[in-house]
Write a protein that binds this ligand. Structure first.
Ligand code: ADP
Ligand code: ZN
Length: 621
């Protein structure tokens, strides 16, 4: 058996490598440079942790891991120690004595992996330390995690990352591996250049996350829809609800709490200590729903987040993919659920139009928004569209709303043309632009006061679309916005109030001439949602367990909470749900029965085997 495979089995307790792990690990363990692009939950950590152990065993010394977040470092080191690996970190939370102790252990070659933040790694003192190690031939590997932080285009740019290029110059003989879950080509090029990894081997995994079920619904009553989604499908589950504004975060979090859900708010406007406390609770406790702006994200490697909900539309597909990617890192079923409506589209479009970016940049932003709208409006497989956006070809997935319940489609071309010609006519008649409510009233033949005030009941398009419901016309307007057949213009009123009006857009002409078609999904998506079975209760990992095994699972979780508290670690660092569920299922009577349980490595078996048996036996009686 190769030594990497035996490390995987004995230390980490897993049977087989996943996807490209074996190839990456072999390449790096032999001293090659690598850039690894792998989606969240793909298993990047082992790609440098196993080479670190193998190279240490071969006498090459320690591995330095560059990691951007202290909280993340702390948990990763905790997890490694649980598995019996000599790991340590150097960061600002330590006092002088703790720092000295780590340095002593380093000098004595007692550490396999050393974690540090980028700014520390490039500091003079740290470099001196590295010089010493290097002089003794005791510097085995550099691992640079979250490598997209080097790119200005990425969402997490960290200027210190750019200085990491000096590692290549200063320690040319030491192999380096950089890892990230960010896919796009621009960021990739930046990483290669910024870290001087041009000669590194590139390992690109599929970005598919098969266990995530993508779903998009029309936004009607956001709070009621969210409550229904959580209560019916994710009661007791940990999840993240993304909102666009701080105010909305506060409101939504409060509303969930009022409904009896354990929810916490998180946004950049909150005091840092409160934010930190909420993040810690989310990571450490079971079943917390975090209601957050996009400020909440990087480094959240909690494996059992069962859903990510968007109650407002994200800005582009990259953001949507990153945010939804935080669900289901443990590989178990998880939901990416989004609701969006006409107002989202109007808001996003206006924010771009009214921003101070250059026209060129705005065009890029509009293109990105349009791609997301196309995904939201799609009547075919969502995963296929998502992956094709990242340049990956695939078949219909069978695990998105459209694959599971193919939507009925209706032809909205006629309605679209009636709306467009109304927009054209009201403007031609008075030089004014109008809001969507008013425009829909005209098309549907509703002679409101406002319609009469402007004489719009005399327009030739008045009452030409009486057969369409308001929600049908809204769906048509969303499509028209997505295709840039209409634009948004904000009108300021006295007293600071403002409202959005619609104008004809660049691609209206083709539609008016009848050269293009508008196909729309029937608006029955939410009705279907209600009849969905209650997946994911009580916990995805335990969904298939019988009643006795459920009891064992619950008791094992209680026992784990106690261990986690004593060790000052999140529960999932001690054991993940999947491991506890496998134990509960097997109902072990002896230590031998525990072998082959995922993540039950030699060290964990030694440390916890007896206790686990006891918990299981006590559950019997
Ligand atoms: P990433 O950093 O790519 O998001 P992680 O390294 O945190 O992903 O791994 C995600 C999950 O997959 C973890 O729970 C990890 O223990 C598990 N895992 C990784 N490799 C394997 C494997 N070969 N077999 C089984 N589970 C694995
Ligand atoms: Zn699909």
């Amino acid at each position: 058996m190769s030594s990497s495979l035996s490390i995987l089995r004995e230390v980490f307790g897993y049977e087989q490598f996943r996807g490209p792990q074996a190839a990456i690990i072999e390449h790096v363990a032999q001293g090659g440079d690598a850039l690894v692009l792998m989606p969240t939950g793909g298993g990047k950590s082992l790609c440098y942790q196993i080479p670190a152990i193998a190279r240490q065993q071969a006498g090459h010394g320690i591995t330095v891991v560059v990691s951007p977040l202290i909280a993340l470092m702390h948990d990763q080191v905790g997890a490694l120690r649980e598995a019996g690996v000599a790991a340590a970190f150097l960061n600002s939370t330590q006092d002088w004595q703790q720092t000295q102790q780590v340095q002593r252990q380093l000098a004595q070659g007692e550490i396999t992996l050393l974690y540090a933040a980028p700014e520390r790694v490039v500091s003079e003192r740290f470099l001196n330390l590295l010089d010493d190690l290097s002089a003794r031939g005791a510097l085995a590997l550099f691992a640079i995690d979250e490598a997209h932080c080097v790119s200005q285009w990425g969402h997490d740019f960290r200027p210190e990352y750019r200085q990491l290029a000096l590692l290549a110059e200063r320690y040319p003989g030491v192999p380096r591996i950089a890892l990230t879950a960010t896919a796009d080509a621009l960021t990739r090029a930046d990483i290669l250049e910024g870290l001087q990894l041009q000669a590194a081997r590139l390992f690109v995994s599929s970005f598919d996350r098969p266990n995530i079920r993508y779903r998009v619904e029309e936004k009607k009553e956001p709070l009621a829809q969210l409550l229904r989604f959580i209560e019916h499908e994710h009661a007791q589950d940990a999840g993240i609800v993304y909102c666009q504004s701080r105010r909305r975060v506060e409101e939504m979090a409060q509303a969930l709490v009022d409904a009896g859900i354990q929810a916490l708010p998180y946004h950049a406007g909150m005091p840092a200590e409160v934010r930190q406390a909420h993040q810690d609770r989310f990571l450490r406790e079971d079943g917390i729903v975090m209601v957050a702006t996009i400020a909440f994200g990087m480094g959240i490697d909690k494996p059992d987040v069962r859903f990510v909900a968007h109650v407002d539309m994200p800005r582009n597909i990259e953001g949507y993919y990153q945010e939804t990617g935080r669900a289901g890192r443990d590989g178990l079923a998880a939901d990416a659920w989004m609701i969006y409506g006409l107002q989202d589209v109007v808001n996003q479009r206006r924010m771009i139009d009214e921003g101070d970016a250059s026209e060129e940049f705005k065009a890029v932003l509009r293109g990105k928004l349009d791609a997301l709208l196309a995904l939201a409006e799609a009547t075919d497989c969502r995963r296929q569209r998502l992956l094709s956006y990242f340049g990956e070809a695939s078949e219909p997935c069978g695990n998105c709303d459209n694959c599971l319940h193919p939507p009925a489609v209706w032809d909205g071309t006629d309605a679209a043309r009636k709306l467009l010609s109304t927009i054209y006519r009201v403007h031609a008649a008075s030089g004014l632009t109008f809001g969507m409510g008013h425009l829909m009233d005209i098309v549907r033949g509703k002679a409101t006061d406002k319609v009469r005030q402007f004489g719009h009941e005399r327009l030739s398009t008045f009452n030409v679309g009486a057969e369409y419901s308001e929600s049908q016309l809204r769906a048509v307007l969303r499509q028209l916005l997505a295709r840039e057949a209409i634009g948004v213009q904000r009108i300021q009123l006295d007293g600071g109030r403002a409202f959005d009006t619609l104008t004809l857009g660049t691609s209206a002409r083709e539609l008016l001439r009848g050269e293009e078609q508008v196909l729309l999904r029937e608006a029955s998506a939410s009705a279907r949602g209600k009849s969905r079975s209650r997946r994911g209760t009580p916990a995805a990992a335990a969904a298939d367990l019988g009643p006795q095994a459920q009891m064992r699972f619950i008791n094992l979780k209680a026992w784990r909470a106690e261990v986690a508290r004593k060790h000052g670690l999140p529960a999932y660092v001690v054991f993940q749900d999947t491991t506890l569920a496998a134990i509960a299922q097997r109902n072990p009577a002896s230590l031998a029965d525990l072998s082959g349980i995922p993540a039950m490595g030699v060290k964990r078996l030694e440390a916890y085997g007896e206790q686990v048996l006891q918990v299981c036996q006590q559950t019997q009686t």
